[in-house]
Design a protein around this ligand. Structure first.
Ligand code: SAH
Length: 355
């Protein structure tokens, strides 16, 4: 199997094309059917003359990932897709169908994560591997193939699944290049969002290279000591450096920076916290997204802020002039929060092999 050529390995595909004396235009058409129409590999292969079709079918790997589990929410429009990598590791993507007809897809950038945030199921797994560009892009392709029959396509792509995108920076940039290229997926940069634990240098590199790609910062507290308690990496990247990064991003990016703020009872949800947050964000071009905490097994000490506390916090920010939304949580019944379903499946797998 390992001598298969990945469709994402441009040089190898091009070498095969030359070997078959194929017009480059035909391979471009194959990619269009596969990457822009999401019509699947069989339809894509029909773009090639018969002899080349057979060779491509045998030697080119279209899907670096294998779909393992699809789970549809019974309550709302969320679908969770669990994939297996070639190294037999599991990652997940979440499709979110909004009532407006728009569809968003949350993809993973790593197997596990080294950031080890207190509240995050993926962090509890530890870090296993970086996903390569093909593995990230295949999540987009396979999700689109899943919803093709519903007459939907993925409109917004968010790198907010398992992993820290800026710990896998070069591969993420390769993904952005292929997604936005006219000869790639032709997906608008403004409909891509990268969520980060907060690595100022990487945020700026990304902002300079892809000014139209949206950035989200998982801030969760502007009190340095509180942030360090829930996000170990905060020690390396103090809140004042993060603020300076937002100032610089605001100067180069057309869009606002999203501030993600997880609401944890008694940790970061007081009105004083809201006042400090408002002070910190003053004069920045940002919008605040308050996130209800989805309880995870590995963090019994953490609890979600009650709704009235969340609403009061939001009201305080709005009164201070900040655009503030509360994230509508989807897919609670399918373990849709970052890393949750993979963890549950891994536990089952271990329990079965132990038996
Ligand atoms: N590493 C990146 C992207 C993955 S996490 C980052 O830190 O942003 C994506 C978002 O989900 C982050 O804002 C993260 O703080 C949030 N998140 C993690 N665990 C959560 C949980 N249990 N409930 C709600 N949101 C969670």
């Amino acid at each position: 199997m390992s001598d298969l050529i990945s469709l994402y390995n441009t040089n190898a595909v091009d070498a095969l094309r030359r070997e078959l004396a194929l017009d480059p235009h035909l391979v471009h058409r194959l990619r269009t059917v596969f990457w822009k129409k999401f019509a699947g590999s069989e339809a894509a292969l029909e773009e090639l003359p018969l002899h080349a079709r057979e060779v491509f079918a045998e030697r080119v790997q279209f899907h670096p990932l294998e779909l393992d589990v699809r789970r549809d929410s019974a309550e709302d429009g969320a679908t969770k897709l669990v994939f297996r990598t070639a190294a037999d590791q599991r990652i997940e993507s979440v499709l979110l169908r909004a009532g407006t007809g728009r569809t968003a897809l949350c993809i993973s950038s790593q197997v596990g994560c080294a950031a080890n945030c207190d509240f995050c199921a993926t962090g509890k797994m530890g870090f296993f591997a970086n996903l390569n560009a093909g593995e990230m892009l295949d999540q987009v392709v396979q999700a689109n193939e899943q919803i093709r029959g519903e007459d939907r396509t993925v409109r917004n792509i968010v790198l907010m699944g398992m992993g820290e995108p800026f710990h896998n920076e070069e591969n993420v940039y390769e993904v952005l290049d292929t997604l936005t290229a006219g000869r790639g997926f032709n997906h608008p940069a403004s409909r891509i969002l990268i969520s980060t634990v907060g690595i100022p240098e990487a945020m700026l590199r990304c902002g300079r290279r892809y000014p139209s790609v949206n950035l989200a910062l998982s801030l969760h507290s502007v009190r340095q000591e509180v942030r360090e308690r829930i996000i170990p990496l905060a020690k390396k990247h103090p809140v004042d450096e993060l603020r300076q990064a937002i100032v610089e991003l605001n100067a180069i990016q057309p869009a606002t920076v999203m501030i993600e703020y997880l609401m944890l009872a008694g940790v970061n949800d007081s009105l004083e916290d809201a006042a400090e947050l408002a002070g910190y964000l003053e004069s920045l071009r940002v919008h605040v997204n308050l996130i209800p905490y989805n309880p995870i097994e590995g963090a019994p000490q953490l609890e979600s802020s009650p709704r009235e506390v969340r609403d009061a916090f939001a009201d305080h920010l709005k009164a201070a002039g900040l655009t503030t939304t509360i994230r509508y949580s989807m897919g609670a019944d399918i373990e849709a929060a970052c890393g949750q379903l993979v963890q549950q499946l891994e536990r089952k797998r271990k329990a079965q092999t132990a038996r």
